[in-house]
Design a binder for this molecule. Sequence first.
Ligand code: AMP
Ligand code: MG
Length: 401
Amino acid sequence: MAKPYPYFVSLNEAISLCQKTSIDIESETIPISQSINRIVSSDIKAKVNDPGFDNSAMDGFAVVHSDTTSPPSQLSIIGSSMAGSTESHTLSSGQAIRIMTGAPIPQGADSIIPIEDCTVTGDKVTINKPSKPHFIRKLGENFAQNQTIFSSGETMSPEKIALCAAAGISTITVFKKLKIAVISTGDELKSLDDDLEHGQIYESNSYGLAALVEIYGHEVTRFSNVIDDIDILRDTLNEASKTHDCIITSGGVSMGDKDFVRILMEQEGDIKFWRVKMRPGSPPIFGMWENTPIFGLPGNPVSSHVVFRAIVGKWLTSLTKSKDVNNKFTHAILDEDIKTQEGFTTFRRVELFESNGITHARLKGHQGSGNIAGIAMSDGLTVIEPAAKGRKGERCKIILL
Ligand code: AMP
Ligand code: MG
């Protein structure tokens, strides 16, 4: 019987169906020191020029270039300009001023000769090579005062935090973190402080999923494991939806009799799609529970991780119109045939290696979707598009892990 919602959709359809569901996210102003992974929500303008003054890129001497074009040439040392010095210096033809990296350029100088190209004797310096005008870092060459250094949607990185500080910016306006609930389901799951009995396993998905939520700049609550009981699951989803902006579950979305996330969503939720043509990770469900977006991820550890990267992360970045900086990718030549299924997007675990200056990818470890060790030790995931065959020698996109 046809399902009353999109069933077994392509990965692209899944991504675009998710994007029809949006959440308004407020902004807040925070210190740059606490901004790693946060997403900028309004343009940031530099308060100062960088550099704020012409300065030296080398330790050496500031000189007049035309004095040095027929080496060796001898100049008189008339002073020193140190980094941080607020004193101003002037020189003219025939003179040199000792200068350190970052120190202001004396008036009259137009180039720098590095110390290694000089011989100093008393108050004279012999310049053994022509001096270099490009060793002067010019006022404003990196960015100018009032220039927009980045725009809404940028994810803060260590480099961008340093750029803010260089631009004199101590606080920035970012999107508030979404509150995301991560809920694991399964009778077999035990917490790390429990002893395992035969048939039980440590619950691990919530840890990986929580870390993924955090690298996407949001706040996570890891709920206690929920046993396979529809009433307890309903209560937990109700509680999570009251206090969170989004719910991510793992387990219980396949065809089994105890797959209660799927059963509950079918009976009482609003399903936007169920099942996606991807390997691994075909069981996910997406919809609304009490007006809260809910992603039901598969229980298999590799699948839950891959589905987060392929679908949930894409949705999160679409909410803030950001680039998905956590799914960095490269391209590599496949070193062997990769098993694919027609119409499916295939994410296999690979290691990368270089041969003749070209990056190649080969399968790494056992490819079972239950094998978290395989993905944890691999360098990346293939992204073999539904129409591609994944044959040895083909160029393939690889998501870097
Ligand atoms: P399910 O999707 O509930 O059928 O689970 C599929 C497989 O994933 C089973 O082998 C489960 O034991 C395993 N699994 C489910 N949830 C978790 C979890 N939170 N951590 C580790 N493994 C899990
Ligand atoms: Mg289960």
